[in-house]
Design a protein around this ligand. Structure first.
Ligand SMILES: NC(=O)C1=CN([C@@H]2O[C@H](COP(=O)(O)OP(=O)(O)OC[C@H]3O[C@@H](n4cnc5c(N)ncnc54)[C@H](O)[C@@H]3O)[C@@H](O)[C@H]2O)C=CC1
Ligand SMILES: NCC(=O)COP(=O)(O)O
Length: 344
């Protein structure tokens, strides 16, 4: 059985995301391209009336089929966009998020995680959320990454990776204010993040001996301690522990010279010490081909690397490439995991 046959046994689920953002039109656009791109089957966990309204407004022909269970998606997918309904309490206005919609946004995530944990779907592809709007409604997590880990249970540490054909990057600290991110860095955190990353590169990306490059925190990786001692006292000891554990880890390397073409040829993934250190180069090198993957979870979760793009919402002009890359990668990861554990 080929990887694509294998992945076709169960659908993926694409969540609603911010209803005022571009997520709905991207879900519709991905479904419209399902045949020419041979996409794995997916269902939407979303408000069917909202999706039908977007399609109508944009003049797109997308039959919406409400389904009762994930299994129904496989038969529906060729002819219609299968939707497990999560209804909004009021219509969404493109570009204008409403905290009253937060309950439905989170319910869509919860249903997706529950289906994935129960083995009814192959993985979760999340449309972007408007983080501040969820915070205003009382959502206590910084983003999907942290919420999905909590929802999956088991106390695992979630690791964020942005992956594209150009580069893979992992921020060791994720959604943290910069000043706090540096304070949170410890050798244990770096070792745990790098170990989860190496394991995922082997299992999900088929890289037998992953090469990790670890960026220093400070300019020039601290210039021998004269520009800050964190690289000597925190990053370097972590790298020694990783090497002792048999992981191919290098650094601390000056971040400013880690991202040019020749440097990128020397590693499989860069670990940066804070969010923007690695997400800026990753999104600059390939914004539309980038996928946000959560490593360390018992389920497959991917997402476009971009956000809600409120400025584009409702126009039908947002590029669907990153959502399509996220759907593809989720299918590939699910197939890779099934090869390792055929009963999964
Ligand atoms: N996985 C998630 O849920 C993510 C959520 N966000 C959230 O999204 C919200 C907006 O974030 P921003 O920083 O403004 O980033 P953004 O990615 O939404 O927008 C940045 C710029 O890129 C453009 N853009 C984004 N996606 C595009 C697409 N598919 N095609 C064409 N152009 C596109 C936008 O029009 C805008 O000019 C925030 O609340 C942020 O937290 C951001 C990143 C990921
Ligand atoms: N900058 C990436 C990002 O914000 C995505 O976060 P998450 O919602 O996937 O945790």
């Amino acid at each position: 059985m080929s990887a694509s046959d294998d992945a076709a046994r169960r659908p993926l689920a694409v969540t609603m995301g911010e209803p005022a953002g571009i997520g709905g039109e991207l879900t519709l656009a991905a479904w419209m391209r399902r045949a020419d791109l041979a996409l794995p089957a997916f269902l939407a966990i979303d408000d069917p009336d909202r999706l039908a309204g977007i399609a109508r407004k944009l003049g797109w022909t997308v039959p919406i089929r409400e389904i009762a269970s994930a299994g129904d998606a496989l038969t529906a997918f060729d002819d219609a966009l299968p939707v497990l309904p999560v209804r909004l309490p009021s219509p969404a206005t493109p570009g204008r998020p409403d905290p009253a919609h937060a309950g439905a946004v989170v319910e869509a995530l919860d249903r997706a995680v529950d289906l994935a944990m129960a083995g009814a779907i192959d993985g979760v592809v999340t449309n972007p959320i408007q983080k501040k709007t969820l915070y205003d409604a009382g959502f206590p997590y910084p983003g999907h990454t942290e919420y999905l880990a909590a929802r999956c249970g088991g106390g695992m540490r979630p690791v964020m990776m942005i992956a594209s054909p150009a580069i893979r990057v992992v921020p060791v600290t994720i959604h943290e204010a910069l000043i706090r991110a540096v304070a949170l860095l410890t050798p244990d955190l770096i070792v745990e993040t790098a170990t989860i990353t190496a394991e995922a590169l082997r299992r999900d990306f088929g890289i037998a001996r992953p090469r990790l490059a670890l960026a220093g925190v400070n300019p020039h990786a601290g210039e021998d301690g004269t520009l800050g001692r964190e690289d000597i006292e925190i990053v370097a000891p972590a790298i020694e522990r990783l090497k002792a554990a048999g992981i191919d880890a290098r650094g601390p390397l000056p971040a400013d010279t880690l991202f040019h073409e020749e440097a990128r040829a020397g590693y499989d993934t860069v670990l940066g010490m804070y969010h923007d250190q690695v997400l800026i180069p990753a999104k600059t090198l390939d914004f539309h081909g980038g996928v946000n993957v959560t490593l360390g979870l018992p389920i497959v979760r991917t997402s476009p690397d971009h956000g809600t793009a409120l400025d584009l919402a409702g126009r039908g002009t947002a590029r669907v490439d990153s959502l399509i890359a996220a759907i593809r990668l989720a299918g590939t990861m699910a197939a890779a995991r099934r090869r390792v554990s055929p009963s999964a």
